[in-house]
Design a protein around this ligand. Structure first.
Ligand code: GLU
Length: 420
């Protein structure tokens, strides 16, 4: 595969996106500069006792990007490719995601450079607790509320919640979202990102007159977001999941795959590859399959200037954060593809995180049905405002989503004023 021509540093991409939108909205250049700058960044280096008795030093980050609209909010990622610039970009995108979803939160993100696949449960717990303790100086229920992201889950959140609670001497469930239901998590949070992505796909299909029943769907990534999206599209919409993949590679079956069976196979063998009746495809090939809907649900920069012209899907639903570069956006827009931008398409996760936080603050819990209904309402409303903006301004949906989001944050600055 030839290399894409463009810049792939995610924070440079995030800043380019802001420049584009800022110019279009004719924003004060000072405000554009502010929106391209994280408010607060914390780097922590800390030791963890590994199972073999040795000490290992880990590096983690928490970037608090912007809190004009409310407390900082955003996940924590464990990955070997975590870098300060990646966390900055993800924190920046959280700011616009919360704004476009209409949530009273700002944007933040955390990350630890590690390989969770090679760590034992005990090592992961000790690393998580120490990282939580290191960032405890800036997080809190009214300040900054972490949640799961790539390779972190409800268990990770339980350890963070317990660590913070131990240090203050009472239970603080509202310091994180995406917790297990047994300690104050919300029903429906686990699948919320995928459920929201399904609603966004449905809204886009309605407007482009695509019948989703029997439509073919390719999903890159088989973690929490990719798996649940495949399952919900299969079970609730009746779509045909023809391809899925994980970090090792993908599988393809034009007659359709049963996501639950694929998950059972992956849990047994460690990968989706080798699933009976399927043909092997690479992660790159999966993106270019002849499908109706393509959902990149893994990592950044998978659709670039190099492959954008070969994407055949009519709808691209971004379950991942930052899967598409600006150059690829332009190519796909010219070709008439509908790209559902990450800050809108995967906003269902943080929306139910908001519901979880509200339930924790009120100490009053909702049924799964209430959560799903409220999520659907929030997704449909946000989708509508973005779609209408795109029609009115004759721009792609990413530009439209940013216009809606940045207008809301800019308005917060107008109302609050600049201190002092
Ligand atoms: N990590 C998720 C995201 O990127 C969820 C963040 C949250 O719930 O705070 O949107």
């Amino acid at each position: 595969m030839s290399k894409p021509r463009e810049e792939l540093n995610p924070f440079e991409i995030a800043k380019r996106q802001i420049d584009r939108v800022g110019r279009r909205l004719k924003l004060d250049p000072g405000l554009i500069e502010l929106f391209k700058t994280p408010k607060r960044e914390l780097t922590v280096n800390f030791p963890v006792r590994m199972d073999d008795g040795n000490l290992k030093v880990f590096t983690g980050y928490r970037v608090q990007y912007n809190d004009a609209l409310g407390p900082f909010k955003g996940g924590i990622r464990y990955h070997w490719n975590v870098s300060l610039d990646e966390v900055r970009a993800l924190a920046c995108w959280m700011t616009w995601k919360c704004a476009v979803m209409g949530l009273p939160f700002g944007g933040a993100k955390g990350g630890v450079i590690c390989n969770p696949k090679e760590m034992s449960r005990g090592e992961l717990e000790r690393m998580t607790r120490r990282y939580a303790s290191e960032i405890s100086v800036i997080i809190g229920p009214e300040k900054d509320i972490p949640a799961p992201d790539v390779y972190t889950d409800a268990q990770t959140m339980a350890w963070i919640m317990d660590t913070i609670s131990m240090s203050v001497g009472y239970a603080v469930p509202e310091v994180v979202t995406g917790k297990p239901v047994g300690i104050g998590g919300s029903l429906g949070r686990e699948e919320a990102t995928s459920r929201g992505l399904m609603y966004a796909t449905r809204e886009a299909a309605k407007r482009t007159k695509m019948n989703l029943k029997g439509a073919s769907v390719g999903v890159q990534g088989f973690g929490n977001v990719g798996y649940n999206y495949a399952r919900l599209m299969h079970d609730e919409i009746g779509a045909k999941i023809v391809a899925v993949s994980d970090s090792r590679g993908g599988i393809y079956n034009p007659d359709g795959l049963d996501p639950m069976k694929v998950l059972a196979f992956k849990e047994k063998t460690g990968s989706v590859q080798g699933f009976p009746g399927s043909k092997k495809v690479t992660n790159e090939e999966l993106l270019e399959l002849d499908v109706d809907v393509l959902a990149p649900c893994a990592l950044e920069n998978v659709i670039t200037s190099e492959n954008a012209a070969r994407i055949k899907a009519k709808i691209v639903a971004e379950g991942a954060n930052g899967p598409t570069t600006p150059e690829a956006d332009d190519i796909m827009y010219e070709r008439g593809l509908v790209v559902l931008p990450d800050i809108l398409a995967n906003g269902g996760g943080v929306t139910v995180s908001y519901f979880e936080w509200v339930q924790n603050m009120q100490e009053f819990f909702w049924t799964k049905r209430e959560v799903d209904e409220k999520l659907e309402g929030q997704m449909v409303r946000s989708f509508e405002s973005v779609w209408n903006m795109a029609q009115k301004e004759k721009v792609d949906l990413r530009m439209a989503a940013y216009m809606v989001a940045i207008n809301r944050v800019a308005e917060a600055y107008r109302l609050r004023g600049i201190y002092p």
